[in-house]
Design a protein around this ligand. Structure first.
Ligand code: SF4
Ligand code: SF4
Length: 96
């Protein structure tokens, strides 16, 4: 039986998206619960969780401590993140 291989994602070897992307994922930061589901599913591996600033938390104490952020330089607009988000915090919008 053939054995599988796990190829580690390397952002340095990732292809820059350029200007051809048609749809762009936009995160509603007030809805994001920082659960990390989109981080695990993005095929490009370019969504990260960051700590919210003190100012953000001061404005709304109900927000999660973490929030998702997308590196648009590498995002291909596939829409997987929007599909898997359990809080419907990501919407796909047409590029302007
Ligand atoms: S899946 Fe949705 S709620 Fe969870 S971190 Fe991503 S954007 Fe935020
Ligand atoms: S649209 Fe696709 S490539 Fe872009 S952040 Fe979402 S899952 Fe990743």
């Amino acid at each position: 039986m053939e054995k599988g291989a796990v190829i580690k994602h390397n952002i340095k070897k990732a292809a820059d998206t350029g200007s051809w992307r048609y749809l762009k994922p936009v995160i509603d930061k007030d809805k994001c619960a920082g659960c990390g589901t989109c981080v695990k599913h993005c095929p490009e591996g370019i969504i990260k969780l960051r700590d919210r600033s003190k100012e953000e938390l001061k404005k709304n104490g109900k927000l999660s401590k973490k929030v998702a952020e997308i590196d648009y330089s590498f995002c291909k607009g596939c829409g997987v993140c929007a599909q898997v988000c359990p809080f419907k915090a990501i919407k796909m919008e047409k590029e302007k």
